[in-house]
Ligand binder design. Structure first.
Ligand SMILES: [Zn+2]
Length: 303
């Protein structure tokens, strides 16, 4: 019995120790558990934070995209992205061939933006409720961006007249620089994407027009030259414009590049003279659209 007892005693201790061990290990596990779950929750918070960051970025990108879309729509309704019919993309235009339509004429102004004179031309056009087309020189637009913005915000069309207004020969690379740098700046300053190009001096053979045609610009020439850069008398300037004008015509004048006082003086009279003849004033894209519509109608009739 004693032996048994002595045998049982350590057994009891063993059981007690095992029981204690069990309690400790349970307690230990209880202690550990919250740590594990805390770590898990921390991890999940981090995931949430990353997800939130990604979500915010996606939202910003979405917002940017929607803002750009609405801006583009707004720009298109305002006519800032000029729709030129395919037949005129990469083509040289001197006047619109209009046989059946009403009498229309397009006034164009080159070499600006220019201090004082561009604003004066804009004022005259505004008071007569006329939209014109301005072929700007890149470096002038760089110097007078506010005037460039005014041209577009007042509803006129803006076109490309190269960066430097140089007359020499341009290789492909130099022509790209002259033209694309100007188109880019026009877009940056005004938001207008132009696909209208007018070569300085009307030179069709010095590499610029070849490049512009390759890039699908409409090369816009003219059918009536005011020769205002030679500073003729005001009556002579008016006569230069009127004598060569016919429906669908394009009139060349200058708002920049030098003394344009004669042009400013002649412009109101030129406008009233055209109005008295029954002319309506249109922009170059409007003029091209009219010819395109007429050509399509004629093609349908022939079929
Ligand atoms: Zn010019």
């Amino acid at each position: 019995m004693e032996n048994n007892k002595s045998f049982l005693w350590p057994e009891g201790i063993l059981i007690a120790l095992l029981a204690l061990g069990g309690v400790f290990s349970l307690a230990f596990m209880m202690l550990l558990r919250p740590n594990v779950s805390e770590a898990q929750s921390r991890q999940s918070i981090n995931v949430k934070r990353i997800a939130a960051k990604v979500g915010t970025q996606q939202r910003i990108e979405k917002l940017k995209a929607s803002m750009l879309t609405s801006w583009q729509q707004e720009a298109q309704t305002k006519g800032l992205s000029y729709a030129v019919p395919p037949r005129f993309q990469g083509a040289i235009v001197k006047a619109a061939k209009l046989t059946q339509s009403e009498k229309v004429i397009a006034l164009t102004f080159d070499d600006g933006p220019w201090p004082e004179t561009t604003e004066k031309v804009l004022d005259i056009l505004k008071s007569n409720n006329i939209k014109g087309t301005f072929f700007v020189v890149g470096q002038n637009l760089k110097n007078y961006p506010e005037l460039g913005k005014q041209i577009v915000t007042q509803g006129h069309v803006i076109g490309n007249h190269t960066w430097h207004h140089w007359y020499h020969f341009f290789n492909q690379q130099a022509a790209a620089f002259e033209i694309e740098r100007t188109t880019d700046l026009i877009y940056q300053v005004t938001g207008a994407k132009t696909n209208l190009f007018r070569p300085p001096g009307g030179n069709l053979h010095n590499g610029l027009v070849a490049y512009a045609k390759g890039q699908k610009y409409s090369v816009v020439m003219w059918s009536a030259d005011s020769i205002d850069y030679k500073l003729p008398s005001v009556p002579k300037l008016i006569d230069n414009v009127i004598k060569d004008s016919k429906p669908g015509g394009i009139v060349l004048m200058h708002d920049g590049g030098g003394n344009r006082s004669k042009t400013i003086q002649a412009l109101p009279e030129i406008i009233s003279n055209f109005r008295n003849q029954g002319y309506r004033f249109v922009t170059i894209p409007e003029l091209l659209e009219m010819e395109d519509t007429e050509q399509k109608l004629l093609a349908n009739k022939k079929q």
